[in-house]
Design a protein. Sequence first.
Length: 237
Amino acid sequence: MILYAHDMLLEKTVIVAYTDIEAGGSRALLALDEENAEYKTLTIDYFNDASKASSPDESCPASAVGRFQPFQVINCSHRQVSCVILNAVIPGRQCHLAADFIMELIAESSVERVVILSVLHFDSSLYGSQNIYEYPLSASKLTAYSSLPDTMPFVDSFLAMMIQMMKVEGVATNLLIIPGYRAKEGLAGHSTVTSISQFHGTLGQLFGLKFNIDISKHLMYKGNNDADDDLAPFIYL
């Protein structure tokens, strides 16, 4: 089913994942393994020709029917959670369009909390060398993970735009951030699988969501060919 923003309502809690430097967040959510989940394909203006950043290989244990689309929503009404997945490479100059679309979805659904997954490249030794961090925006913390300082700069166009919009709208938001490096094309390497497992474990504890790590391991990443990516603006949380 292909839907526009005004055609659907999200659950009270929304988890957002996109094609970060490892495609870790997106490949984590694409491995959702809930029996009663409802899969929907989104249409976002200006991205009608977008292709999948990650696609299942021949050994993927999940059916590809209705799954692994460039822009996907997975509703788990029994857990009051919706997953919004940008399984596409969004050019830096167009990140505001994708972020604005997601904000429209959130605003029309009366969402109470947003959780954003991201793998970012930064020197974690400056911040306690943790495997995963949490940063709340207009929200209380969800976990006991270490926080990142307000002055820490990131280079990530989409995340920067989402943070700015969440701050303006005052939406309760929690960032779950894992330090990492840019992934190569192909199947997830050891470090990416580790990142995905950390996301799975955290989301399972917080929301009771179930995942199949074997699905994530069989998603082929095509790589990020966006020349704008290196020109992404700094954002200070």
